[in-house]
Design a protein around this ligand. Structure first.
Ligand SMILES: C[S@@+](CC[C@H](N)C(=O)[O-])C[C@H]1O[C@@H](n2cnc3c(N)ncnc32)[C@H](O)[C@@H]1O
Length: 383
């Protein structure tokens, strides 16, 4: 195979944009016949954590206060969409779309190159087991097995920028997760759960599909050097948003035991998901799932959601739009305004003013949202 051919219905994560320039005749294929790659992602030490924008480095104390983040401001999520450029300002006098091309200089400035180690995935050749190879264990290097250029139904086998953004938040605000029991939905390769395991005690890392969950499990096992010393445990489990119940079928290696669902309900107080809003029906199913899970939790909890706004010019609307993002915001608003008499859902955008511990492009289309879930005031009085 000299090069990878991407067909029109293939989706490629920007994280893997620097494709390898080498040819292998034999590439290891996963259970679905897709070529498998491994990428290494470095967790930068605190002193070198890089913050884009003019916020600069925050000291340890400074980074530990959530309210402070809101005061600091800086580049990041747009709260109401008010600051976004109106789409009509992107059109020229004739109504044509005016696209400003980023120069190569902007993409890879000298400043970037100082700290930026580009990710060149390694192709795993047939018969080679990358993870079992004798290699020096670097406690700051996450090694993720993934595929590239998948069809939409297999996007979980790639790593997405939203996973890095959430991982970055976890590393910056580790005290919020320390020793907690947490649930990740749509975990894909397991990258964010692996980072979460450096602080949380039990991580239910969930997704759907046996081949994907196998890949996720392999990554979880291969990265014990990142979290193993903490005594944390990552449990890879099947959680399909299109089903009303947790899978308890023991023929499924990723099914839930009774003890696990009980532990999830009794102890979990953090839910998180990275980049899972790209198809409206799935977004609806996701929100129904978190509502169902949250309504069974014993403790007040917080949900963290990262999203990347992917703008497209559509002939249908003759405009630059992001329908999937608009639908996500609609679902968020509905949840925030929901009054079921039992629970209140406070929805807040999180300012992205925290430094980067991971190397990725924190583009302005990336956003992080937080939902604080508490018993309704009337219910609190009864408790
Ligand atoms: C774009 S990927 C994001 C993966 C990972 N969170 C990341 O950011 O790298 C979306 C994820 O949602 C998962 N997903 C899609 N439909 C799902 C469903 N019905 N139930 C559970 N997970 C689903 C996919 O399998 C995939 O892992």
């Amino acid at each position: 195979m000299d090069s990878i051919t991407f067909t029109s219905d293939t989706v490629l994560s920007d994280v893997h944009i620097y494709t390898p320039n080498c040819s292998h005749l034999m590439v290891r294929l996963n259970g679905d016949g897709q070529p498998v790659f491994v990428s290494k992602f470095k967790i930068l030490p605190n002193s070198t954590a890089h913050s884009k924008g003019d916020v600069g480095h925050l000291s340890n104390e400074e980074t530990r206060d959530d309210d402070l983040i809101h005061q600091i401001g800086g580049g990041g999520a747009t709260v109401s969409g008010k600051d976004e450029p109106r789409s009509d300002t992107l059109l020229d006098a004739d109504g044509d779309l005016d696209v400003t091309r980023r120069s190569d200089g902007n993409l890879h400035s000298d400043e970037d190159d100082e700290w930026r180690e580009k990710v060149y995935p390694t192709i795993i050749s047939k018969g080679e087991d990358f993870f079992n190879e004798e290699q020096e264990e670097d406690c700051s290097e996450i090694r993720i097995e993934h595929t590239m250029g998948t069809a939409l139904e297999d996007v979980g086998k790639q790593v997405w920028r939203g996973a890095f953004l959430l991982a970055d938040y976890i590393l910056n605000y580790s005290h919020l997760f320390k020793d907690h029991t947490v649930l990740e939905l749509g975990a894909g390769t397991g990258m964010t759960s692996i980072v979460m395991a450096t602080v949380a005690k039990t991580i239910y890392c969930t997704d759907v599909g046996e081949d994907l969950l196998n890949m996720c499990e392999r990554n979880v096992i291969a990265n014990k050097h990142i979290y193993g010393t903490t005594g944390s445990e990552i449990k890879v489990r099947d959680l399909d948003w299109l089903k009303d119940e947790f899978c308890t079928d023991t023929k499924n290696p990723y099914c839930w035991s009774e003890e696990e669902t009980a532990q999830l309900h009794d102890q979990t107080d953090v839910l998180f998901a990275a980049d899972v809003f790209y198809e409206d029906d799935l977004t609806d199913a996701f929100f129904q799932t978190i509502y169902r899970v949250l309504s069974h939790l014993r403790n007040p909890s917080t949900v963290y959601l990262s999203v990347e706004k992917r703008l497209n010019f559509t002939l249908r609307k003759l405009d630059v739009t992001c329908d999937a993002y608009d639908h996500f915001r609609l679902c968020l608003d509905e949840l925030g305004n929901m009054n079921d008499g039992r629970t209140s859902f406070v929805v807040e955008p999180v300012k992205l003013a925290f430094p980067q511990f991971l190397v990725y492009e924190r583009v302005e289309q990336l956003e992080l949202w937080k939902i604080i879930v508490e018993p309704h005031t009337a219910m609190k009085r009864l408790l």
